[in-house]
Design a protein around this ligand. Structure first.
Ligand code: BV8
Length: 249
């Protein structure tokens, strides 16, 4: 494992330059520089007394659907004001530079799509999509007044965000696609993720077992830092643009 230092950037640019199949896994840290709080950031205001892992669960929704719905409304309002940051734009650039590039994200904020990436696997869903908690079908429109959470226009069940909560399985085809992208790449970048939440945290390990070069970019140490081939300590918004400008030279 190489520790991080600025000298590693040229070495990593050379590794990227000499490979075609690149898979990237991102976490909340890649949106942090857009002002979207990460899961590890202390939540602010009303939400400061809650841990996200306590709210992003079916149990929390069953016990207090209004509280969970309002938490997602609060997050959606923050995300709506967020603009992509240099790290997100760099990954959109990177997608154009590699014949086989897949971006796997744990984030539900759509910021990668807004920044220009197209080959995206959204492991945990999309906070701007809503589904019926009874029929499990997408619901686009509902009365904006009245019940909180709103009720399904078809069956009257409560609506919920179309995201994967803790304790819920990821859709099989999404997980298969992510597994395939991790096991077939030559270079795997893990960016802005605390590498704790499964099954996403296993993806870099799958890549390692398939002889990919695993490179972590994070402002802090994580459980992956001691396992990755390279662990670059720093802000994604600083490191990624330097990698992309080196690739474009
Ligand atoms: C499941 C959507 C089967 C909702 C989210 C082993 C195997 C399988 C399951 C488990 C297992 N062990 C435990 C489990 C259960 C659980 C789990 O992993 N628990 C954890 C807490 C241990 N997993 C599940 O429940 C998953 N389901 O496996 O199904 C199953 C079924 C039943 C029972 C058992 C198994 C579903 C997990 C998905 C949960 N949904 N999100 C929503 O958004 O509201 S997870 C959510 O939290 C995020 O999506 C994300 O995945 C995670 C937070 O992680 P990060 O994205 O990494 O963000 P975080 O804040 O933690 O870290 C930010 C990082 O960025 C930090 O490292 C920081 O240093 C860095 N950073 C900050 N700024 C910058 C930066 N880096 C660079 N630059 C910067 N500027």
């Amino acid at each position: 494992m190489h520790t991080s230092n600025p000298d590693l950037i040229p070495e990593i640019i050379e590794i990227l330059r000499s490979n075609n199949r690149v898979t990237v896994l991102t976490g909340a840290g890649i949106s942090a520089e857009s002002g979207v709080p990460t899961f590890r950031d202390a939540q602010t205001g009303l939400w400061s007394k809650f841990q996200p892992t306590e709210l992003a669960t079916p149990q929390a929704f069953r016990q207090n659907p209004k509280l969970v719905w309002e938490w997602y409304t609060w997050r959606r309002e923050i995300i709506k004001k967020a603009l992509p940051n240099p790290a997100l734009f760099a990954l959109a650039e990177m997608e154009k530079l590699f014949p086989e590039f897949v971006l796997i994200t744990q984030n539900v904020d759509r910021l990668h799509r807004i920044a220009g990436n197209e080959r995206i696997i959204e492991l945990h869903g999309d906070i701007f999509k809503t589904k019926c908690s009874v029929e499990n079908i997408a619901v686009k429109d509902w009365p904006d007044k009245g019940d909180i959470p709103p009720l399904c226009p078809h069956c009257g069940g409560m609506l919920r965000p179309d995201v994967v909560w803790f304790g819920e399985s990821l859709p099989a085809r999404i997980l298969e696609a992510a597994w395939e992208a991790a096991s077939s790449c030559q270079v795997f970048l893990a960016i802005g993720t605390s590498s704790v939440v499964e099954p996403a945290a296993s993806l870099p390990i799958v890549a390692l077992h398939n002889s990919a070069v695993v490179i972590e970019i994070n402002s802090q140490d994580t459980p992956l830092s001691g396992i990755a081939n390279y662990s670059l300590k720093g802000a994604a918004g600083d490191i990624l643009p330097r990698l992309v400008s080196g690739l474009n030279r």
